[in-house]
Design a protein around this ligand. Structure first.
Ligand code: SF4
Ligand code: SF4
Length: 149
């Protein structure tokens, strides 16, 4: 059924529509639920499942990674670069472990594939930098423990 448009003089000037719109805006402005935050002073608490900046877990101060190369193999963005070395007392370890977080799509495949539970994605989302080179996180910066989920 066709709805006949209102053709009265007041409707032609959209008086009621504008007033209703303003009323809704004012109602939300003064009495509505706050939906914005004062970032960066206020931080948003995302879900624990949020996938953010990576880190490599350590055990007794040593990286738990055995440079098995599974994570660079499954990484769809090919942004993990590992070069393995050997210690006399231990299995292999990563001499170089770089992640280009500008290419990473935060899929979490590396975390899922790791047999040693060594590579983790934290809930940290503040990774903005002024230079692209700083988007490559080296082993030293990945060894900063960023907390269990
Ligand atoms: S989260 Fe995904 S894209 Fe990022 S490093 Fe891990 S596997 Fe690669
Ligand atoms: S999958 Fe785990 S153990 Fe293997 S290279 Fe990656 S971080 Fe290291």
């Amino acid at each position: 059924m066709l709805v006949k448009p209102k053709t009265g003089l007041l409707n032609k000037f959209y008086f009621f529509e504008i007033t209703t719109g303003l009323w809704i805006t004012m109602k939300n402005f003064f009495f509505g639920k706050k939906v914005t935050i004062q970032y960066p002073e206020e931080k948003r608490n995302y879900s624990k499942r949020f996938r953010g900046l990576h880190y490599i877990k350590t055990v007794n101060g040593v990286e738990n990674c055995t440079a098995c190369m599974l994570c660079p193999t499954v990484c769809p963005a090919e942004c993990i670069h590992i070069e393995a070395g050997e210690r006399p007392d231990k299995e292999k370890y990563p001499v170089i472990f770089d992640i280009d977080i500008l290419r990473c799509c935060y899929c979490g495949f590396c975390e899922e594939a790791c047999p040693k539970d060594a590579i983790k994605l934290s809930t940290i989302y503040e990774m903005a930098e002024h230079h692209r080179e700083k988007g490559v996180y080296t082993k030293a910066s990945l060894l900063v423990q960023r907390g269990e989920k």
